[in-house]
Design a protein around this ligand. Sequence first.
Ligand SMILES: Cc1cc2nc3c(=O)[nH]c(=O)nc-3n(C[C@H](O)[C@H](O)[C@H](O)COP(=O)(O)O)c2cc1C
Length: 359
Amino acid sequence: MAPIPLLTPYKMGRFHLSHRIVLAPLTRQRSFGNVPQPHAILYYSQRASKGGLLIAEATGVSDTAQGYPNTPGIWTKEQVEAWRPIVDAVHKKGGIFFCQIWHVGRVSNYTFQPNGQAPISCTDKPIVSKVRANGVDVPRFSPPRRLATEEIPLIVNDFRIAAKNAIEAGFDGVEIHGAHGYLIDQFLKDQINDRTDQYGGSMENRCRFALEIVQAVVDEIGADRVGIRLSPYTAGDSDPDALGLYMVNSLNKFGISYCHMVEPSMAKEGEKVETPRSLLPMRKAFKGTFIAARGYNKEEGNKAVSSGYADLVAYGRLFLANPDLPQRFELDAPLNNYNSSTFYTPDLVVGYTDYPFLC
Ligand SMILES: Cc1cc2nc3c(=O)[nH]c(=O)nc-3n(C[C@H](O)[C@H](O)[C@H](O)COP(=O)(O)O)c2cc1C
């Protein structure tokens, strides 16, 4: 029998993956007080497999990075210590674990900010429509404060420290969250970024913040431990094709491990929509490992890998509901349905660690 493309091995730089089914980053809002909790040990280890790549949920880089209740951070010693047993459990099962490091920017409100201050962003324009592409609970947003030019290196440094902390916690690497309308994406998009300094205006200027973060993180932990997630097609840019291409060409200079791109269909909420756009030009231009995500089932994932459209495919909702997803794909077994009403509830078991295994 011909091998199942998703279940063939792949070498991602220093990491030997035994299959190409990646756990997409999934915010679960069960990290009380921004500290990862022991129940995440079971959740992540359930989804770990020997040689399988897992990406942890979006994890705040600082006390201004938050915009949702109970999301984890990685800027304090307590948070680093709390991540350690979770990472250890994934490693014990042979998994490779990257931490998605995150700043929400203006997707926040006063109640999430230190001293009730305004959220920070590249702009002082408030959000006019909801940003969350997958969300159930749409938070109310406060008008942001525009970062001064001289403050920007401080935020870059927060990402650097978060990456250092992630390695200290035992993670194999970090994924810089440059997608979905959060801080980095706010800088990238020409309909959000209205700056007149060297961080706004031209494509080069709008991408500067993201690329300075990549540089800082690469310098800190090494390019082979760095990935980035981008979603040029989520709302906010007049020319997402050009933006995506500019970014991957710029990323090539750093030799980072992977670029993780969200399919254009993510631009629309709900079910997959047909779009003439494709990630293929970016896939072709990027020299490292290319991960595609959004709306994939087994057949489409296999097609993406066998046709060379992607090296790896990240699965979100299917992996959330099927902790043994690689095994189910291998056996062509039926899948559990996901229950979106428990995606973000604080229950430590229901909708979190109680999705059944095949056996
Ligand atoms: C519950 C939930 C939480 C998510 N949290 C994150 C996140 O923390 N970071 C991120 O980049 N994307 C996040 N996403 C997007 C997913 O990573 C993924 O791109 C999306 O679910 C589409 O893939 P799918 O069709 O395989 O589910 C989330 C999606 C869901 C459903």
